[in-house]
Design a protein around this ligand. Sequence first.
Ligand code: ATP
Ligand code: MG
Length: 250
Amino acid sequence: MAVIAVYSSKGGVGKTTIAANLGWCSAQISLRRTLLWDLDPADGAGFMFALEPQRRRQARSLFAGDVPASTLIQQSSYPGLDLLPADTSLRELDSMLLRMGQRHRIATLSRQLVRCYDRLILDCPPMLNELSAQVMRAATLVIVPLPPSPLSARALDHVVEEIRRHTKRPPPILPVYSMMDRRRSLHQEALAANPAWPAIPMVSNLEQCAVQRRPIGTFAPRTPAALAFMRLWDGIERKLARIADAPELA
Ligand SMILES: Nc1ncnc2c1ncn2[C@@H]1O[C@H](COP(=O)(O)OP(=O)(O)OP(=O)(O)O)[C@@H](O)[C@H]1O
Ligand SMILES: [Mg+2]
């Protein structure tokens, strides 16, 4: 069991696209019982899987312990993949967590959820706050999407610094170039600077995920982007295995 957070303090870098497609890879390729947990009030993950928007605004009640997760979890159209969708009530989640004073609330909820799921994938809002600190305390692995630019290494340093500040035992981090266009020299330079970082190409097929409201593997499975996600997922599985064997070395 593992908690994989897709996080960056920057907006629009591809977090939801990555979380949704990795969720699909986990359930459909690795046959893991997978829960995609959307912590962003924008409800991007639910939208990507064509769920009806939540009218009841109950997502926040889970954190107070007022409703069990089972009443909020919804099945996706894909076997093995469930969603814990967001709604606008999560706008007040950060202040609520601070008021509650339970620094490990998300970690506690994650431990309860992984009794039913092999993989928990968290789609996070672009914030540096109590919520992100709690996510870091809960995560087995943090995926940080970065557009390939000279600024990306700086953004990553920022995230790493924050994670260290908020956790006694920081989780391993996997940076991922999220919008790679190999025709651009700046992108090539970024890739050359960090050749081990996985890269997802910038292609219209991935924009189409939010139009067709389904993961790329379902409508363009043999394209470079779909294959890049399969490779990324495979790398994550191998990293999780190493973390399980020797957490101090991962
Ligand atoms: N590799 C890619 N190629 C082309 N378009 C992409 C790619 N990744 C993401 N996008 C597009 O970029 C936009 C932002 O992506 P996404 O919503 O996944 O980012 P985000 O980090 O979750 O944003 P937010 O911080 O607002 O939650 C979307 O329109 C998405 O379709
Ligand atoms: Mg998002």
